[in-house]
Design a protein around this ligand. Structure first.
Ligand code: C5P
Length: 193
């Protein structure tokens, strides 16, 4: 029996911070599924072949967190064959662990539709862009434009678009600090344990 927490949301919504905190708090394994798409995006060449042949080495590259990698990820993430190639790895991760947290865009809707807890973490584009800018620097207006562009691509693609599962609990972090957002997530999980 495994207990799965699905955490979805747009870029810089706080879902990564919440996922890491929840995993540490409950002793659950954590998979940041964005890393899979980032690794495919930065690999170059045929993205379908890259997704099918993804290795531990690809996932350990240290250029995966850049803004360019995020944009490249969201482009390859719109290709159905790329998504299909990554499904089983994610489901196996969830099934293998006694407790697992997976964060991404389609965990509650496609990858783990039977997850015990589904959270949808969001915030206004301005707040998210500000966070990204604090993290990565650069031109603030360009960072906001990039956030909007990625949202648009992730929400409007035909295959597994970013949206809350019908049974997801929405946590809007626009006016929450990390501690309050983590507390809200932990409360939702405790209620289901
Ligand atoms: O979460 P992160 O910013 O690392 O994700 C990078 C990109 O990967 C997203 O913009 C999205 O296009 C894609 N992605 C996805 N499905 C997931 C996780 C990430 O399509 N489960």
């Amino acid at each position: 029996m495994s207990f799965t927490v699905a955490i979805d949301g747009p870029a810089a919504s706080g879902k990564g911070t919440i996922s890491r905190a929840v995993a540490a708090r409950f002793g659950f394994a954590h998979l940041d599924t964005g890393v899979l798409y980032r690794a495919v995006g930065v690999k170059g060449g045929d993205p379908i072949a890259a997704a099918r042949g993804l290795s531990a080495q690809d996932l350990a590259r240290d250029d995966l967190r850049t803004g360019e990698a995020g944009q490249a990820a969201s482009k390859v993430a719109a290709i159905p064959e790329v998504r299909a190639a990554l499904v089983q790895f994610q489901r196996d991760f969830a099934a293998r662990a006694e407790g697992a947290v997976l964060d991404g865009r389609d965990i509650g809707t496609v990858i783990c539709p039977d997850a015990e807890v589904k959270l949808f973490v969001t915030a206004s584009p301005e707040v998210r862009a500000h966070r990204r800018w604090l993290e990565l620097g650069g031109d603030a207006g360009q960072v906001l434009a990039d956030v909007r562009e990625r949202d648009d691509r992730d929400m409007n693609r035909a295959d597994a678009p970013l949206r809350p599962a019908p049974d997801a609990i929405v946590i809007d972090t626009s006016e929450l600090d990390a501690e309050a957002a983590i507390a809200a997530a932990c409360a939702a999980i405790e209620a289901r344990l």
